[in-house]
Design a protein around this ligand. Structure first.
Ligand code: HEC
Ligand code: HEC
Ligand code: HEC
Ligand code: HEC
Ligand code: HEC
Length: 487
């Protein structure tokens, strides 16, 4: 995992004269994603449903930024808006995000112009991206069909054949706060993984290496990329860029919002399906009784799982084991409208994956600027490709039962934001907490939904009788430390 090559900043400008550029920088039309819809309708709709479009309308974001400005006496500055409304910051339209509701929509969120106008990337975190502020849309193609609205140019930062193009997405998806705490580490995690390694010469390994953010988060389909004369089929990349968040309001409006949320949900389900592998084993315990053992492995995320805003994520194991009709293990069973943090306080065996922020006083802290330390137990990403069974990236936990177990069911659940944070920030009086909480999704990671019975389980040498989810590439039953997997 060596960090390599600075990107070449040279890019060839092709196309017609700059119709959309004015002397003082880009024109208003150029900055406005709505202007792109005419010729790039699919890109526009997918982006509109994405968290990039919503980033500066997110009520949790607005409330947290408002509180941060107040509590730090303004010292927070443009820290939050530099990623959530980066064009407004670049053009000097905001310095603290407190005036966002006075700005036109084109100034909010991570817009088309921001990504496609990147000139250079000056670091690894806190959005060090510099814009050219011209009328040229940068992309992967060096031979764009000319159009009267914008010039176009090839840029290596936008080319996913260039491994370092991950720096473009990554340097915004990586946050170091005022206490020098590495709060969000998606980019650093990716750099540490084999996905950021060049493809090896061995053809058998090639598919596993060299996978950028774009490679996974912007799947392509063969299609023209603009509704315009003379445009031939190329590769059209999905701009929905789903993760785990959904709009918690009717953004962009009451008619379109719910439809876009549904589109995001479908894509999320697809993306999440291979992400986590689970194993459920039942075996006689040393000294009597039974151990019910859960194994988990990050199978397909190019970074830890969960990642990013992991201090706000709640991922946990739901497990029930039975002796006949009698429940002998019950953990993580929480209704969609119940607090998982409250459940954790009552159940010391609850297995949760998240970052825990601590303040300077060592007490739990949930606000970005208060967090002086992090305790983290996310599912790691492998440093080497998963062809070999590498136990160090697996996580295991067992529940002891005094008697026998004849059936067990498990699933991993994921909730993007805890109810407590919504309540805490409701004090800013920018939203109705009940309405927001009612919209917070709780997902079941479908592949991890498995049932153990003596009939469905397979006997293994080391782990007892196990059931694995279909998403598993390597079987945990493997006796040796380095077996070939996926055969
Ligand atoms: C978060 C960054 C980001 C945002 C926001 C974004 N794009 Fe892209 N876009 C990319 C990347 C990365 C590519 C892939 C490189 C390429 O092919 O140009 C891409 C590709 C494209 C392409 C080339 C064809 C294709 O599908 O690969 C077009 C056209 C395009 N985007 C238009 C838009 C429009 C219009 C918007 C806003 C409605 C937008 N983009 C918003 C990052 C972004
Ligand atoms: C009048 C039609 C039109 C409008 C409006 C338009 N584009 Fe394009 N765009 C095109 C055409 C044509 C191409 C070239 C397609 C090709 O060669 O396959 C293109 C290509 C692109 C590319 C790929 C550039 C490359 O070299 O890889 C990007 C990125 C892009 N447009 C972004 C945008 C954005 C962002 C907006 C809104 C600010 C926008 N476009 C508005 C017609 C348009
Ligand atoms: C200007 C900074 C910036 C850049 C550049 C950027 N992002 Fe983002 N991205 C954000 C912000 C901010 C959000 C979250 C908005 C919110 O939820 O309020 C986000 C959200 C996302 C999400 C959804 C996360 C979730 O949990 O729902 C994904 C996936 C994502 N970005 C991928 C990408 C990819 C891939 C690229 C590169 C093509 C990229 N981003 C470039 C700032 C950026
Ligand atoms: C090998 C494929 C792969 C690569 C490479 C990859 N991701 Fe992901 N990413 C995933 C999957 C799968 C998920 C979904 C996890 C889920 O929903 O359970 C995800 C989730 C995310 C999320 C939401 C995380 C959360 O828990 O809040 C963000 C943000 C994100 N990715 C950004 C990025 C960025 C930025 C890069 C590049 C630095 C990147 N990803 C590289 C596969 C990938
Ligand atoms: C370096 C860029 C960056 C900075 C700085 C930043 N964010 Fe974000 N923010 C992101 C990205 C990227 C995501 C998506 C992360 C993910 O889904 O994993 C995000 C997601 C969020 C979310 C939605 C997910 C969640 O945590 O509930 C909120 C709210 C948020 N940010 C608020 C803030 C506030 C408030 C600040 C300032 C104190 C801030 N952000 C600073 C990039 C940034």
């Amino acid at each position: 995992m060596t960090r390599k090559t600075a990107l070449s900043l040279l890019s060839a400008v092709v196309g017609l004269a700059c119709a959309a550029e004015t002397d003082g920088g880009p024109s208003e039309e150029m900055l406005d994603p709505a202007s792109c819809e005419e010729c790039h309708p699919q890109h526009y709709r997918q982006w509109l449903g994405s968290m990039h479009a919503y980033a500066a309308d997110d009520p949790i974001f607005l409330a947290m930024n408002a509180r941060g400005q107040r509590e730090t006496g303004g010292a927070l500055g443009d820290f939050c808006v530099r990623c959530h409304a980066p064009v407004a910051v670049a053009l000097g339209k905001t310095t603290d995000g407190l005036n966002l509701d006075e700005l036109p929509q084109a100034m909010k969120g991570v817009t088309c112009y921001f990504c496609h106008n990147v000139e250079s990337i000056g670091g690894t975190h806190n959005n060090p991206i510099k814009l050219a502020l011209d009328g040229v849309m940068r992309g992967q193609y060096g031979d764009p069909v000319p159009n009267p609205f914008h010039d176009a140019a090839y840029a290596p930062e936008m080319d996913d054949n260039v491994l370092a193009s991950g720096d473009m997405c990554g340097s915004c998806h990586d946050i170091v706060n005022n206490h020098e705490v590495h709060l969000e580490r998606t980019y650093a995690e990716w750099v540490s993984s084999f996905y950021d390694d060049p493809s090896p010469d061995d053809p058998a390994l090639k598919n596993y290496y060299a996978n950028t953010c774009t490679g996974c988060h912007m799947p392509g389909s063969n299609s023209p990329i603009a509704d315009f004369d003379g445009v031939q089929t190329r590769r059209l990349r999905d701009h929905s860029m789903v993760g785990v968040d959904l709009a918690l309001t009717d953004f962009p409006d009451a008619e379109l919002g719910p439809a876009l949320v549904e589109e995001q949900r479908v894509l999320m389900e697809e993306q999440r399906a291979p992400a986590v592998c689970a194993g459920l084993c039942v075996r006689p315990a040393d000294g009597g009784g039974t151990d019910v053992v859960v194994w988990l492995h990050n199978e397909a995320a190019g970074h830890y799982w969960p990642s990013g805003a992991a201090q706000d994520r709640r991922a946990w194991v739901q497990l029930e084991a039975f002796d006949g009709e009698a429940p002998v293990v019950t953990t993580g069973v929480v209704a969609n409208d119940e607090s998982i943090d409250a459940a954790e306080l009552l159940d010391p065996t609850l297995w949760m994956f998240r970052d825990r922020g601590l303040g300077v006083d060592g007490q739990p802290a949930s606000m970005f600027w208060d967090i002086a330390d992090i305790e983290s137990n996310l599912l790691p990403v492998a440093a080497e490709a998963g062809l070999k069974y590498d136990k160090t990236t697996w996580r295991e936990r067992s529940w002891h039962v005094d008697g026998p177990v004849d059936r067990a069911v498990m699933q991993v659940n994921l909730r993007p934001i805890p109810f407590e944070l919504v309540d805490e920030l409701a004090e800013e009086e920018l939203y109705d907490a009940a309405a927001i909480k009612a919209r917070i999704p709780t997902y079941t990671v479908s592949a991890t939904q498995i049932e153990w019975t003596p009939e469905t389980a397979q006997m293994t040498d080391l782990e007892g009788a196990c059931v694995m989810s279909a998403s598993c590439f390597c079987a945990i039953s493997m006796e040796c430390g380095a077996c070939e997997c996926g055969e």
